[in-house]
Design a protein around this ligand. Structure first.
Ligand code: GTP
Ligand code: MG
Length: 310
């Protein structure tokens, strides 16, 4: 708390308020918005602005040299999906300091990849992991510990230990989902959480905000949620993996009738977007879409008893 009290204009009372509202570092204050502080820490506009500016100053947030960015990016971690072919098209696996999205129709393998990542994140780096724990925010009640155990056994791991390292929370509303994401910061500070799954990112938003009248509101809230996830991934050097459904476009007769939910708000916010398509039997085709630094290549993988494989 002394860290906050050192900021100009922040006394013990405000420091206490900020802490109980969930802010726990200068960085978290520096990237907060005035409206956010006014709402959750019940302070006036002027105080909120002052606190944010002081935190930005103290956290030295602003420009940094490209060489420093390069240095930080050297430490990016990757979690293997279980399929080397899929890892390859997305640049090595699900990346830390970023958000990876998979979208596709029901049964295309989104939740299966999410389960596999929860196992693989626990492996040592030379085997495609980050020796970390996983958090699974489940909005559709599709998390299956039995499937995790099956995947763990297939890799010669102790299923009980693997299950010990995965924390599950079931989200019931969009507010609840956003709150759970905020809670992660407390757990992640201990340092060993390396993966957060949100399965599905959009389903609650879609059911709570349906109809054209609330579309703008939904998009704004979704935008805030993604921004919070990005912040988590950067502050804690962890990977975020989110799933997303496709919407049927009955008004569209030409081209691909399946587009991910969430429109531009999501599209521009993702580090990598992967489109999954069912092929014959257990085979799935993944295509990397809209990536700033990688070509839009496809990979084929399988969902087997053992998990995700080439
Ligand atoms: P929705 O959440 O409904 O949108 O779909 P999803 O994309 O999350 O699909 P999911 O990842 O749940 O994939 C389900 C598919 O995975 C099933 O249709 C099976 O083909 C496959 N699958 C799931 N469990 C197993 C298993 O234990 N063994 C094998 N071989 N395949 C499995
Ligand atoms: Mg699913």
């Amino acid at each position: 708390m002394t860290e906050f009290e050192d900021l100009e204009g922040v006394g013990p009372a405000i420091a206490e308020k900020l802490h109980s509202a969930g802010y726990d570092s200068l960085e978290s204050l520096a990237v907060a918005t005035t409206g956010e502080l006014m709402e959750v820490a019940e302070m006036g506009t002027r105080v909120a602005m002052k606190v944010i500016n002081a935190a930005r100053e103290a956290a030295k947030m602003g420009y940094e040299k490209a060489s420093e960015v390069m240095e930080r990016r050297k430490h990016l971690g990757y979690i293997s999906t279980g399929s080397p072919a899929l890892d390859k098209i997305i640049g090595g696996g699900a990346e830390t300091q970023g958000v990876t999205e998979v979208f596709g129709e029901f049964g295309s393998g989104k939740s299966q990849i999410a389960h596999q990542l929860c196992v693989n994140v626990q492996l040592p780096p030379e085997q495609g992991g980050l020796e970390g724990k996983a958090i699974y925010i489940d909005t559709e009640n599709t998390f299956r510990p039995e499937r995790i155990a099956q995947m763990a056994r297939a890799m010669g791991l102790d299923p009980e230990r693997v299950l010990e390292n995965i924390y599950i929370a079931r989200a019931h509303t969009t507010d609840h989902q956003m709150l759970l994401a905020e809670k992660v910061q407390e757990m992640a500070k201990e340092g060993d959480v390396k993966l957060i799954v949100v399965d599905s990112l959009t389903s609650l938003f879609r059911t709570e905000y349906c109809g054209r009248g609330v579309l703008a509101e939904r998009q704004q809230k979704l935008g805030r949620h993604i921004a919070a996830l990005h912040r988590l991934s950067e502050l804690n050097d962890l990977a975020i993996f989110v799933t997303n459904q496709v919407m049927a476009r009955p008004d569209m007769f030409f081209g691909d009738p399946t587009k991910p939910i969430g429109g531009h708000v999501l599209g521009h916010a993702m580090t990598a977007r992967i489109y999954l398509r069912k092929s014959k039997a257990n085979t799935r085709v993944a295509k990397l879409v809209d990536h700033p630094g990688l070509p839009p290549e496809s990979a084929t993988f399988q969902i087997t008893e053992a998990g995700i494989r080439d």
